[in-house]
Design a protein around this ligand. Structure first.
Ligand code: PMP
Length: 402
């Protein structure tokens, strides 16, 4: 007899399973376009130089110890993070309507925010884009939401945003529903609304009394400019919205495994901030009590020092420029080979990912025949492309489609 006999085998998590398969593959030209993690031109993981500098400084700082952080994390970290997101002169900050909570990377920030919304505000319905990052649904359902719904986002025919479908679905959403919005560099499509479209989206969210929950996993990574990539969130703030925003430092600081993130909370009434903070404190206390310090100290060290802040911006530029260059190279190669279809979407899309338009069978063919690991949805991580493998990848796509 075992208590566990009835446990069913769960489905594998596609992106992690793919990485395992990739690692076990002995084919010399194999390419991993699955996982969303930055790689250098040599295809190697990259620790940002500014992170190395910060880590050395922290290692030499004998005043630091291993005592617990407060439940809501390192105060300097969360306030600098919220400032980075909203902009220094944001009305929400000057009027004390915004604060941050240090969380376990972007996923943890989504989870803490969702727990609060489900358990304290008794929200049940949430919407995510079709398609979206593979974890939104699980995080929100695990946090206590009951009703997972999709809004239309991607139009496979035009390989662009289905803004009419998007707005119509928001229009039909019940009052109070939580709407997950990708702040920039939409994962997996690489396709963001224009500023005009964001204004339309904001207007429906306001009219229908919906709650915007931004997911900002790629600030700086999309355009190379932190302010530009925060435009949508800042626009909503200037329009007087109350909102949540989950921020991740996995990509823009390369702190993937340090689990460093922040939940920014923007409210209308500063006098209600202490009560909300106290409830989020209980939410966190009941989950993991308090967060780890290392990543938060690295980020605070950099964001509080002007010179290091500028170096970080340069590091972000290095990463985003390499990705933009790889988009160009891939498109050029595909067009040079006369690969069936049009390829402008590769360079029109933004951020870490590209939705190639390859269907499930074609994507599986890429894995099986060419040892190029990519998701079944046809999503590729641009970071896995390098000057030395881009031709091979283009040739393989060409063979798959011809
Ligand atoms: N949201 C989106 C859209 C993402 O792509 C990711 C990372 N893949 C995350 C959130 C969270 O990542 P992390 O928890 O590593 O910060």
């Amino acid at each position: 007899m075992s208590w566990f006999s009835g446990v069913q085998q769960g489905p594998p998590i596609e992106v992690f399973a793919l990485t395992k398969q990739f690692t076990e593959d002995s084919f010399p030209q194999k390419v991993n376009l699955g996982v969303g993690a930055y790689r250098s031109d040599e295809g190697k993981p990259w620790v940002l130089p500014v992170v190395r500098i910060a880590e050395k400084a922290l290692a030499n700082d004998d005043s630091l110890n291993k005592e617990y952080l407060p439940v809501l994390g390192l105060e300097i970290f969360s306030s600098l993070s919220t400032k980075m997101l909203l902009g220094e002169d944001s009305p929400a900050l000057t009027q004390n309507k915004a604060f941050g909570v240090q969380c376990l990377s972007g996923t943890g920030a989504l989870r803490v925010g969702a727990e609060f919304l489900a358990r304290k505000l008794e929200k049940t319905v949430f919407y995510f884009s079709k398609p979206t990052w593979g974890n939104h649904r699980l995080v929100f359902l695990s946090a206590g939401f009951q009703d997972a719904r999709e809004y239309r986002y991607w139009n496979g025919e035009t390989r662009g945003l289905d803004i009419d479908g998007f707005l119509e679905d928001l229009n039909n959403a019940p009052e109070g529903a939580v709407i997950i919005l990708h702040a920039c560099a939409h994962n997996p499509t690489g396709c963001d609304p224009t500023q005009e479209q964001w204004k339309q989206i904001a207007s429906v969210i306001k009219d229908k009394k919906l709650f915007p929950f931004f997911d900002s996993a790629y600030q700086g990574f999309a355009s190379g400019d932190l302010d530009k990539d925060a435009w949508a969130v800042r626009y909503f703030v200037t329009q007087g919205f109350e909102l949540f925003c989950a921020q991740s430092y996995a990509k823009n600081f390369g702190l993937y495994n340090e689990r460093t993130g922040n939940l920014s909370v923007v409210m209308n009434n500063p006098s209600e901030v202490p009560a909300v903070k106290s409830q989020i404190t209980l939410t966190v206390r009941g989950m993991y009590s308090n967060p780890p310090s290392h990543g938060a100290r690295i980020v605070s060290h950099v964001l509080s020092n002007k010179e290091l802040y500028n170096q970080w911006r340069d590091n972000i530029k290095t990463m985003s420029s390499r990705i933009i260059e790889m988009r160009k190279r891939l498109r050029e190669e595909l067009e040079r080979l006369g690969t069936p279809g049009s390829w402008n979407h590769i360079t029109d899309q933004i951020g870490m990912f590209s939705y190639t338009g390859l269907n499930e069978a074609q994507s599986e063919h890429m894995v099986k025949k060419h040892h190029i690991y990519m998701l079944k949805s046809g999503r590729i991580s641009m970071c896995g492309l390098t000057p030395s493998n881009v031709e091979y990848v283009a040739k393989s796509i060409n063979e798959t489609l011809s």
